[in-house]
Design a protein around this ligand. Sequence first.
Ligand code: ADE
Ligand code: ZN
Length: 334
Amino acid sequence: MNDFIAGLPKCELHLHIEGTLEPELRFELAARNGVTLPYADVAQMRAAYAFDDLPSFLRVYYEAMNVLRTEPDFYDLAMGYLRRAAEQNVRYAEIFFDPQAHTSRGVPFDVVIRGLRRALLDAETTLGVRAQLIMCFLRDFQAEYAMATLLSSLPYREWIAGVGLDSDEKGNPPAKFAAVYERARREGYLLTMHCDVDQDNATEHIRQAIEDIGVDRIDHGVNALEDLTLVEAIRDRGIGLTVCPISNRYVTGSTKTEQIRRMLDLGLRVTINSDDPAYFLGYVSENLALVAEELELTREEVVRLERNAFEIAWLPRHVKNRYLAELDGHLARA
Ligand code: ADE
Ligand code: ZN
């Protein structure tokens, strides 16, 4: 099965580019930018990556990205991820970035997006990996800051496929960002948002995301299974779910693979993704392998997870069809 997964053409839809900052690159960027880190080596740095819930993870995540300062830094971050993605036969990725995690520390929006964009263009020609950007708002900041970020993104509208919402969900419901999402939709952005696992008011947040915001996709969202009306709404509207089992194990104590099984059985468009792989120690192949093992999936079921991902990807039909044909070819050869 692991060989089958290694060769499978893959689609990654839930990946925070800042969550791919591996310790080695963090050291390199710190040296480049004259930032002093309180660790002697990678082992010490990794030992400080101690978290057991979302807030404790986010503290580590935001602290680490302080080394990202210049356009080449963002280029190297994205290129590093895309190289690893290519090694795992990721054919297409939709990549989250958190501009406010940088603009709030004085790094201009322009610096962030130009570096990321240049890496995406180079990766397509040199690695054959296609990718698009999704701009996330930080939900623990004010809605006005999200709106200002949305407006500052408009000169780069063609470089961004859609918007998302991440960071700490507690006390920060989707409704807080209704006006921001309304404007984003009018600007032509596609819409997704995190509905993180086992949050307070999780099902009410999912309801708001679907009914009040009108999202095209939901990131995580496994608590939808607790409410049949949500399951029906997700199925009727064809909303995809980007689930991240290794991440869930770190922040909730459970891989939630039983919920993935139920989503498959209910015919929901569930997909498997890696979230913040430099911290959760698993890229998309490791996440797929974990689900395949825990659920004893057949090859056909693994292909179905990947088919779901290409189906809900924000790509034109003819492009999806090319990737779906690659998937069929892999299954036929297996
Ligand atoms: N930002 C980066 N990773 C995140 C996660 N797993 N949940 C919410 N916000 C995030
Ligand atoms: Zn995430």
